[in-house]
Design a protein around this ligand. Structure first.
Ligand SMILES: [Zn+2]
Ligand SMILES: [Zn+2]
Length: 115
């Protein structure tokens, strides 16, 4: 067996060309577009994107559930005006307290009598 001293045992690792660094013609990407629903300017991520957000898309097709005028907080029972149809708590503190209380409940159920 003859070892060739001219060749290095480790092949040189060539970095693959990064396609992202290459400049590409993306005129539809660089141009701002106005949302068909709210009219706000946005940067489209897809060529045929018409809305700035999924929310606007749903609203445009009339699929967005309107938030009710009044809702009752699931934790403290106070009435509040929800910003989303799924809002259950009047404030973030109530949400956190409710989750904490639920965890405690699960704990006492698992270990009756407490620790
Ligand atoms: Zn919009
Ligand atoms: Zn509350």
């Amino acid at each position: 067996m003859i070892l060739n001293p001219g060749t290095s045992p480790l092949p040189l690792v060539l970095e693959p060309p990064n396609p992202r660094s290459e400049p590409q013609k993306r005129s539809w990407r660089t141009q701002g577009r106005s949302c068909d629903q709210c009219g706000r300017e946005f940067q489209p991520r897809r060529r045929r994107q018409r809305f700035c957000s999924p929310t606007c898309k749903l609203a445009f097709h009339g699929l967005l559930k309107k938030a009710p005028e009044r809702a009752k907080c699931a934790y403290c029972g106070a009435e509040f005006k929800p910003r989303r149809s799924t809002a259950k708590f009047c404030r973030p503190a109530c949400r956190a307290a409710w989750h904490r209380a639920r965890k405690r409940l699960a704990f006492t159920r698992t270990f009756p009598g407490g620790p």
